[in-house]
Design a protein around this ligand. Structure first.
Ligand code: TA6
Length: 289
């Protein structure tokens, strides 16, 4: 399919249930829409001001941060996977076919010569976007060090998911109590979370460390929760830009911070190191209750 600005996108539909679907742009392997069987409404936030014009990343949906999260390293912020055109991976399914997946697409990214100039490591990054039972969204990442010999490489990673919420002031993130976090608004100083839930009354930009496999995001007004289930992704970033930072982003509406929250299944505190031939798997499953 042709998406915005003629960029290619793929729509996957749940052949069995009605209304469940997801769409992913080849640009960035970027998921920009997810609808499950709870009323077929759009569950992800994409900014109305997102420019869909490479090399700028799409604002919203689920950007992939690889091989570097944020500015923790020498690459551009969040690395370059979200700024590249991926291809459809027709090789033998890199992921065991799972009967519960009703529809999926497999995409693959390998570094270009230019990429090797800024990050001199050869890799294969395979990404499966799938729909599961009830229209759950399943995101599988498999990254392999394809250097035959030579050096291992290390990377940090995040599924930078923008969830659509009715009003950020009625949102609670649960499951992170007693955990340590690094506060990006205070020079990455380390704190411990004492609250039962994270609520929002100003900009929040934190990396929670060694988090549980399940995290919930409650939307009070909609009486609905997002549930994240993750494996291989120990950390979780919680971000809302609030008003001032929102105004500073050209591809983000001034008031849009009220209708989104990012909770990002990630691997940041302990970079992942792969020896030649080794691979890493990270899985994130999103559902609503
Ligand atoms: O995930 C939170 C964060 O690292 C924030 O610090 C903010 O920079 C956000 O990502 C968006 O980054 P981007 O490069 O997409 O504008």
């Amino acid at each position: 399919l042709k998406g915005i600005n003629g960029l290619d996108k793929i729509l996957i539909r749940d052949a069995t249930a009605t209304g469940c679907s997801a769409e992913v742009y080849l640009y960035g392997a970027h998921v920009t829409s997810w609808k499950n069987d709870h009323g077929e409404e759009e569950l992800l936030f994409v900014s109305s001001k997102s420019i869909f014009d490479p090399p700028k990343a799409i604002r919203g949906g689920i950007p992939i941060c690889f091989p570097q999260f944020s500015n923790h390293g020498t690459l551009p912020s969040h690395g370059f996977a979200r700024n590249r055109f991926w291809t459809i991976d027709n090789d033998p399914p890199p992921f065991p076919t799972n009967a519960s997946e009703t529809a999926f697409v497999d995409l693959i990214l390998k570094p270009s010569e230019d990429d090797m100039k800024i990050w001199p490591h050869s890799f294969e990054f395979r990404r499966r976007v799938a729909l599961g039972p009830g229209g759950d969204l399943i995101l599988k990442s498999r990254i392999r060090n394809t250097n035959n010999e030579g050096e291992p490489f290390s990377f940090t990673f995040a599924n930078h998911t923008y969830f659509s919420v009715s009003d950020i002031s009625g949102v609670r993130v649960e499951g992170l109590k007693t955990l340590d976090y690094l506060d990006n608004l205070q020079k990455m100083k380390r704190f411990t979370e004492h609250g039962d839930a994270i609520t929002f009354a100003s900009e929040v930009d934190r990396i929670y460390l060694s988090t549980p496999a399940k995290i919930s995001i409650l939307d009070h007004e909609k009486k609905r929760s997002f549930v994240l289930r993750k494996d291989g992704l120990p950390d979780a970033v919680v971000w809302n830009p609030w008003d001032k930072k929102a105004k500073s982003m050209a591809d983000f509406g001034d008031d849009e911070y009220k209708h989104m929250v990012c909770v990002e299944a990630a691997a940041i505190e302990k970079p992942i190191t792969l020896k030649p031939g080794e691979e890493w798997n990270g899985t994130l499953e999103l559902s609503t209750v």
